[in-house]
Design a protein around this ligand. Sequence first.
Ligand code: ATP
Ligand code: MG
Length: 601
Amino acid sequence: MAGQQSSILIGYLTEVRGDGMEARIAEEHLGDLPLINIDGEDMLAGQIGSYTVIRQNHISVLALIFKTWGEDRFDAEGQRYTDRFIALIPVGEIQESGAFLRGVRHYPTPGAKVYAVGLEEINAIFSKFREYNFFIGQLASHKDYHLSLDLRALFGRYFAIVGQSGAGKSWTVTSLIQNTIKAMPKAHIIMLDLHGEYCWKDKLGNIQSAFPDDMVQYVDAMEMEMPYWMMTYAELVGLFIDREDKGATLQMSFMREVLQQLKRKEAKQIGLASVSIDTPIYFPLAEMYMQFKNANEERKDFGKSVGALFGQFDEFLIRMQSRFNDVRYDFLLKPKHRNHSASMADLLRQFIGLGEKKANITVIDLSSVPTDVRPAVSAQVGRLAYEFNYWNPSRRDFPITLICEEAHAYIPREKGGQFEGTKKMMERIAKEGRKYGVSIGVVSQRPMELSETMLAQCGSFICLRTSNPDDQAYIKGLVPEAEGDLTDILSSLGRGEALVLGEAAPLPTRVQIYRPNPEPKSNDVDYYGGWRLGPDDLNVEEIVNLWRTQTRKLISISSSIIINCTGSLVVTISANFLINRAVTINNAKLPQCCLPLMCAS
Ligand SMILES: Nc1ncnc2c1ncn2[C@@H]1O[C@H](COP(=O)(O)OP(=O)(O)OP(=O)(O)O)[C@@H](O)[C@H]1O
Ligand SMILES: [Mg+2]
C-alpha cells in the first residue's frame, strides 16, 4: 500500500477524540459537485460511507465517513460562506509496510491531513479477507469492489443478522448460505425456518428450495419425531410439572425415581452398563403414568388405610393427560417410528444431514407447528445439535452452525414463561457451543426482545435497515465501542443493504448484499396485484376447517408470480387469477411453468 498512497487531499482534522474525529473539507472541494477521481473512479469528496486516510508524520489512520454537514460563516462584508465538515470513525492503522491493523493506537492531532482512499488502497486492506473467497456483496462506496468475509470469524464465533421487517434479512441469510456452500462444500448448517421461506412444497407436493437440490434436506418439524425419551429429566419436569404447584417437589422426586427405575430396566435390555437419569434411552411413557396413578390410588389393609402418596398426584395426572391428549405434542409424546432406543442414531443421521440423502443444509420447517409449541421444537433442535457434537469425537472437523430465524420469538429476553427451556438451551450453546463446534446465527427484527446472553456472544453483526431509534440505540450498545457511532447509518440503508460490523469484516463496511439466486419465498404480498386482480370469492369453509385442524396448507405459488418476459420487463400476475379465470396476456411470452396453470383454468 505504501507505494499506492492516495494523494487527493480532501480536508484537515479539526477535532480528535478517543472514539471519533472531525475534519473540515478543503476549500477546493466546497463546490456543489465536489468530484474527485481516484484510480479512474469518480467519487464525491467527503461522501458518507467512503474511506479516508489521515496521515501525519509516521501515523496513518484509516477512517470511515459517517456524517457530513455544513456550517455558515460571514465575512466582514456580510458575504456568506459555507464550510463543510465530516465526522470520521477511525477503524485501524496502516503500517509502513502497508499492512492493516484493526484498532487505533496512535492518534493524529488536529490539523493533520485527510486523504480520500481509492480502490487500490482498499484492495490492500481487504486482501487478507479476499483469500477466503467468500464474497457477500459490493461496497456501497466502491461498486466494483466485492466484500469477502472471514469465514472463520463469522461461523467460529456467532453472528447476528438484524434489521426491521422487510429490510432483507431472509434474503441475506439465503445469499450468505448460497455463498457458504460454494466456498465450503462440506458445510453443515441446520436452519430453523419459521415461515417455510427456504424450502416449500409446490402444487404437486415436490419440495422446492432456495438451495441446490443435492445439498439441502427438507424436514417438516411436525413429521420429524423428536421423542420424549430423548429429553433430559429437567425438560420432562418442565413439560409435565407445574413448578408453581405446591406438590411440585414431591412430583419431581417421584418422577426421578420412576425414571431411574424404567431406564435401568431398558439399559439392561440393550446391554448398557451404566445409566443416568438423563441417558437418552427409551422408556414407556404409559408406564410412567401408571406408576404415578398407582401411587396416587394406593390403598392398604384391604382398603382400610391409604398409601403415603395417596392423592398427591392428582394435578400431575391431569396435566400429563392433557399434554398427552394435545395433538400438537404428538411429535414428542406419541412417536410412531422412534419408539425404541435403537432409532436414535437414525434420527441424528437425518437431522444432521447424514441420512440416506447426504445434505449440507437441513431446513427444519416450523411453519406448520402451532406457535406455542415452536419453542419446545426449537429447544429440541438446539439440544440435538449441541449434544451431537458434544459427544462427537470428530467435532473439530465437523462443526455445525444453527441458524435461528425470527429468534426473538423463541429465545426472548424476558425471564420465565414458556420459553425458558429453549432460552436456556440456546444460551447454553451460545456460552459453550464454540468449544464443541456448534455455533449459532441469530436472525431477528427485534434485537431488543432477543436474549441478551445470545447477542453478547455474537462477534459479527450484519445490520440491515433499522429505523426504530430504540433498536438503533440497542445495536449501538452491542457492537464494538468505536463502531457504535456508525449505527446512525442504519436508518438510511436501502433494501438488502447492510452495515457489517465486528470480526468477520476487515473494517466496518456498508455493503449491498448480493441478490440470492434462487430467491427464498419471502416476497412481499402484492397488494396492487391482489386488490385489482385477486379472487372474487374464497373457500371460507376450508379456512375454518384448516384453522380447526391446525393445518397450514402450503401454497404452491405465493399470491403473485413474477413472469420475466423480456429480461427487464417484469409483469406480475396473481396466481389465483390465473387459476380461476381464463386470461389472455398480450405480447407476454409465458415461461413453461405457467402453462399447466393456464390450461387448468
Ligand atoms: N439483497 C437484496 N437485493 C435486492 N432486493 C432485496 C435484497 N434483500 C431484500 N430485498 C427485497 O426486500 C424484500 C424483503 O426481504 P426479506 O424477506 O429478506 O425481508 P426480511 O427482513 O426477512 O423481512 P421479515 O422480517 O418480515 O421476515 C425482498 O422480497 C426483496 O424484494
Ligand atoms: Mg424474513
